[in-house]
Design a protein around this ligand. Structure first.
Ligand SMILES: Cc1cc2nc3c(=O)[nH]c(=O)nc-3n(C[C@H](O)[C@H](O)[C@H](O)COP(=O)(O)OP(=O)(O)OC[C@H]3O[C@@H](n4cnc5c(N)ncnc54)[C@H](O)[C@@H]3O)c2cc1C
Length: 328
């Protein structure tokens, strides 16, 4: 039997691996508990247009990632974002001298993973709860009690806390994933009928419940009728207010925003809050990917490297390369 390879998670790490494996002629099947791909790079559709609630932009430092981002740019999946960038410190706004090249998906962050997924076979709204191996092949069990398989290999591409349970067949891998602490982030989107009277399009915030804010519609390709903003709380604030009702989170972060933005802020005509329970790993690692090649079980994700978009892509590449090398 020529069993295919299961990939759990259609964030950038899982899709990066899927690209390598299918380009090498392997059949893959993808699974995601969400209704669409993207994970923490997903964009939320709303009455005021798509909003990037997770990853805001990304940078490319590793040569391999720089090259692939150039290809994505040529295909129109990403564009450079050159915001009018500020720092806010003790309530004072000052232009940021930072000249980093920043990339965003276009016309929304999720454009990248959607394009990478293409026509690959995928099961959405399918939360995998168990991964187990028979004599030769792997089977996945989902939350509805349905089983999927047989698979020759399984690649777990979820955030670390979710990965550790799925890696139980390889205790060493499960232990490594369980050791990764991931920090939460509360994200709030606000939309105003008339544009705020400020030049700020992105801002790193200090001494506040806020950590970052972005004028979403300043990103290339966005088609917004409103002046849309995305605010991120600090990890510390998010951790302390993990179970606060969404309305209270919106009220608090809207207040912090109005205090630091330096212009009149009318009541927003649209608000939304989203809690990322596992937004970012507390620490970077140098693992690349985790593998038990003899068993045929692999794990990848941003938490195996930098905890950023670039790390997720590189980790997916690493997991797929190791799997292919073991087969050779
Ligand atoms: C608020 C926020 C801001 C950020 N800002 C930036 C930034 O500015 N720049 C930057 O580079 N990075 C940023 N990041 C980090 C970046 O988004 C991540 O590093 C990257 O998207 C991780 O990709 P991934 O594929 O490893 O994981 P994910 O994108 O989390 O993908 C994992 C997928 O697995 C699925 N899944 C989980 N469990 C199961 C299960 N049991 N069964 C089936 N499917 C499952 C999930 O639904 C998800 O789609 C930010 C993240 C957040 C949350």
């Amino acid at each position: 039997m020529n069993a295919s390879i299961a990939i759990i998670g259609t964030g950038l790490a899982g899709l990066s691996a899927a690209q390598v494996l299918s380009a090498a002629g392997h059949e893959v099947q993808l699974f995601d508990k969400s209704r669409g791909s993207g994970g923490r790079m997903a964009s939320k559709r709303s009455d005021v247009g798509s909003l990037d609630l997770g990853a805001q932009y990304f940078t490319a430092r590793d040569r391999r990632f720089v090259e692939v981002v150039q290809q994505w740019q040529a295909r129109g999946w990403v564009a450079e974002w050159t915001p009018s960038l500020y720092n806010s410190q003790v309530g004072q706004l000052s232009p940021s001298p930072d000249e980093q090249v920043r990339w965003v998906g276009s016309p929304r962050m999720s454009a990248i993973t959607r394009a990478l997924l293409g026509g690959l076979p995928v099961h959405f709204s399918c939360r995998i709860t168990e991964v187990f191996r028979g004599d030769q092949y792997w089977t996945l069990l989902d939350a509805e009690g349905e089983s999927h398989g047989p698979f020759s290999h399984v690649l777990v591409a979820t955030p670390a806390p979710q990965a550790s349970a799925l890696l139980a067949a390889a205790p060493k891998l499960a232990g490594a994933a369980a050791s990764v602490l991931m920090e939460p982030t509360w994200a709030v989107a606000l939309a105003f009928d008339t544009p705020l009277d400020t030049r700020v399009e992105g801002c790193f915030v200090q001494d506040s419940a806020l950590d970052w804010l972005a004028r979403d519609r300043s990103k290339p390709g966005r088609d917004h009728s409103h002046d849309t903003w995305v605010l991120h709380a600090t990890s510390a604030w998010s951790r302390q207010h993990l179970d606060l009702p969404k309305e209270a989170v919106i009220e608090h972060l809207h207040g912090a925003f109005a205090e630091m933005i330096g212009c009149a802020v009318p009541p927003p005509s649209f608000t939304l809050a989203h809690r990322w329970l596992y937004a970012r790993p507390a620490q970077a690692h140098q693992w690349g990917a985790l593998a038990d090649a003899d068993l045929g079980l692999y794990a990848c994700g941003d938490w195996c490297l930098s905890g950023r978009v670039e790390g997720a892509w590189l980790s997916g590449q690493d997991a797929a390369r190791r799997l292919i090398e073991h087969l050779a």
